[in-house]
Write a protein that binds this ligand. Structure first.
Ligand SMILES: *Cc1c(COP(=O)(O)O)cnc(C)c1O
Length: 351
């Protein structure tokens, strides 16, 4: 009854979304702040009768809005049903087994190997530097490869790679292979690679409304790249599903972009809470990596990550733990509101 392909699938496991009890949820990097009032107003005024119609398959209005806000041409924008879908399309579009392996960091977003398996691509995980940053040298030394992908800042470490390093990578990497920067967390203090788009035709930037825009439930992502690459993504989209992004999400995103300042104000608060939390944890003897994201990656020397994860869960706090060699004692903790961080610190003091 089932295909052989299906038998080989190993799906991605998202962070727990528990339904049994109320937790302080610091495990999936959701934004602790609701979207601004303009979003509520949009929802109130949305003309439900329009739902009869199909949404715009080429996202014209939203791409024009993106173009105004981000200073790119509309033809350099692709819209997708969450950035996960955009990433999946990118793997299909740009990576080819015949041209070598896909390269990504040893510790990174765990969906990348899942997409590789799905599209029957080979990959190599490149070790992080001892300080958990991304070292570009081994990516260039690996030959041949079909492309490179990593988040910036990286997940689950939160560590940012400087734009100078990204440019050094693009300079020395073959220009007929793509470098994909997954900028899911770039709005929490990092510098975007967007400005490099004019110079590097093989650069692809993937973004999302899930984290910095407080709308993980909306399922909306976007991709910036040169026109030929964006056209190729449309070709793939139109071979899977002509209408992956619903009308409501497309219009709501326009409203969100009109009010981008309000989102930024929330994200500045998150960054302040992050820096405050990092400092407090360091005082308590927790080794905490420098984060440019809305989460921190931290460990307490002498304590097992698994035990702390379980202990916190018993006390109603959910964080993310990865049982993987090299990071098994770290916890990834989403930065929340200040009072939530106070509650967290009280519990962490016990370890
Ligand atoms: C959260 C996350 C995504 C997925 O975002 P969606 O737009 O919600 O699909 C992609 N990449 C990284 C690194 C993430 O952490």
């Amino acid at each position: 009854m089932f295909s052989e392909r299906l038998n080989r699938l190993i799906p991605y496991v998202p962070g727990e979304q528990p339904k049994d009890q109320q937790y302080l949820k610091l495990n999936t990097n959701e934004n602790p702040f609701p979207p601004p009032q303009a979003v509520a107003d949009f929802i109130q005024k949305f003309d439900y009768e329009r739902l009869r119609l199909y949404p715009d398959p080429t996202f014209d209005k939203l791409r024009r809005k993106m173009s105004e806000v981000y200073g790119v041409r509309p033809g350099q924008v692709f819209i997708c049903n969450g950035s996960d879908e955009g990433l999946s399309f990118c793997f299909y579009t740009f990576f080819d087994k015949k041209r070598g392996r896909v390269l990504f960091p040893r510790h990174t977003y765990s969906f990348y190997p899942v997409y590789c398996d799905f599209y029957e691509l080979e990959y190599r995980r490149i070790p992080l530097a001892p300080d958990f940053s991304i070292d570009i040298a081994p990516y260039l030394a690996q030959k041949p490869s079909t492309g490179i992908i990593f988040p910036n800042p990286n997940a689950p470490t939160g560590v940012l790679l400087g734009l100078d390093r990204i440019e050094a990578l693009l300079k020395d990497y073959p220009d007929d292979r793509v470098v994909i920067i997954d900028e899911a967390y770039i709005d929490f203090g990092g510098r975007s690679a967007l400005e490099l788009l004019v110079k590097y035709k093989n650069l692809v930037i993937v973004r999302t409304f899930s984290k910095a825009f407080s709308m993980a439930g909306l399922r909306l992502g976007y991709v910036f790249a040169g026109e030929p690459l964006i056209d190729a993504l449309f070709k793939v989209k139109d071979s899977f599903n002509s209408y992956p992004v619903n009308m409501f999400a497309q219009d709501l995103a326009c409203t969100a972009l009109d009010n981008i300042g309000a989102f930024r104000a929330n994200n500045i608060r998150i960054m302040e809470n992050r820096d405050w939390l990092t400092e407090k944890l360091m005082e308590l003897g927790w080794e905490t990596l420098p984060s440019a994201a809305n989460f921190i990656f931290t460990r307490k020397p002498g304590c097992r990550g698994r035990d702390i994860y379980t202990g916190l869960k018993e006390r109603g706090i959910l964080v993310r733990h990865f049982q993987l060699p090299g990071i098994e004692d770290f916890l990834r903790i989403t930065v929340g509101r200040k009072d939530d961080m106070d509650v967290l610190l009280v519990e962490l003091k016990d370890f």
